[in-house]
Ligand binder design. Structure first.
Ligand SMILES: [Zn+2]
Length: 187
């Protein structure tokens, strides 16, 4: 079944607009065994994780989810990411030191990004932690963040909503969009 133009506008890479996408599905399941046939039967427990990736530019697609065998847009996110342009913010977020799992070693960048912006920091934004400072019970995380938005106001709003502590924006500038993939019909 061919979807409408509306339906298909989100089914593409948010960065280069390529429609050459791939989903990596990791599935873990525990099933009852049917005593007659030996087949796996009722699900006792299951975990499914899926990541959609663009084969053109190799980026993850955080505006797309995978449910019941089909890729679906993530509401509140896909329109902004598909119609938006990249914005780069220089900012600090002041978080509780207790909310940072580790602030040194190989996981420090991810831990500090997650403490600052939650899942947005690790899944959606391109987040680069420049450095961090301890201040009593707080940690001040200094970051460079790239996110997609349709306007400066929207970019600011997304950052403010995602921040898990006091946010200070030092600068916010619009970047040019990465080049579009050459032709949507390439295989
Ligand atoms: Zn792409």
């Amino acid at each position: 079944m061919e979807g409408s133009v509306d339906t298909r506008s989100w089914l593409r890479c948010y960065r280069c607009w390529s429609t050459d996408l791939e989903v990596q599905v990791h599935y873990e399941g525990i099933h009852k065994i049917d005593p007659e046939s030996g087949e796996r039967a009722d699900v006792v427990d299951e975990v499914q994780e899926a990541v959609v990736q663009c084969l053109e530019c190799m980026h993850d697609q955080p505006h797309l989810g995978f449910k019941d065998g089909r890729v679906e847009p993530i509401e509140d996110r896909w329109e902004r990411m598909i119609a938006g342009t990249p914005w780069v913010a220089s900012c600090t977020v002041s978080v509780e030191a207790d909310d940072v799992e580790s602030c040194s070693g190989p996981d420090a960048g991810d831990s500090l990004s997650f403490a600052a912006f939650g899942e947005h920091g690790t899944r959606e934004f391109f987040t680069h932690v420049r450095f961090h400072k301890h201040d009593g019970d707080k940690i001040i995380v200094h970051l460079l963040v790239e996110l997609y938005a349709r306007s400066q106001d929207e970019a600011t709003e997304v950052l403010e909503d995602a921040a898990r502590g006091a946010l200070t924006l030092t600068s916010l500038a619009e970047e040019s969009r990465p080049p579009a993939a050459t032709g949507d019909d390439l295989h």
